[in-house]
Write a protein that binds this ligand. Sequence first.
Ligand code: MG
Length: 224
Amino acid sequence: MSEFPVVPTLGFAVRNIFCIGRNYSEHAKELNNPVPAQPVVFLKPTSSISYSGEEILIPTQVGRVDHELELVLAIGRNSRNVTREAALSCIAGYGLGIDVTARELQEKAKAKALPWTLAKGLDTFAFLGEFFPAEKCPDPSRLTFQLTVNGIPKQSGRASEMIFDIPALIVFLSSVFTLNAGDLVFTGTPAGVGPLESGDCLEGVLGREGEAPLVGLVANVRKV
Ligand code: MG
């Protein structure tokens, strides 16, 4: 039994959880944030992992909590100072995740220039869907993903619309950190984030543009 949580469908033990903020210009605009000159990076603890089919738990005292559906990279080998040409070879798989965010806590942290950890790292706030092996999609810029809440479309993203594309993220992260096999990278959310209510059912899909989805995600929301 691994000491780390295992990502379903890759059999992958998770180590670090890197997250990218403001990687889609329409989302940066909807929260009145500037488009960044280099990737905005933060971390989630592995204790915040929860899996498709389980619940997103919202503590009542934290105020508004939003969904942020994101494409997630599963790193497949230890990597440092990776070139753009070699970047995709570091990725073992692609999957879906929800970067669950306590928005009011995040706004307070931003106003005081404090870290976002309390807003981003609560239990169940790194919500993971299914993953598929990277070989199935040699050109990940073709990936698209969608989220419905209670059957209503809320978010739709295209990897091709990222401000920093997938190779650029690997180049940047591996220039600062050693990436390890088992690390995950949440790549940022497209526009359409919104608040969650107890009883909401979230369904996400990920696949190549114009084709049937390859993997999915289901989350039920409960206030605790
Ligand atoms: Mg996010």
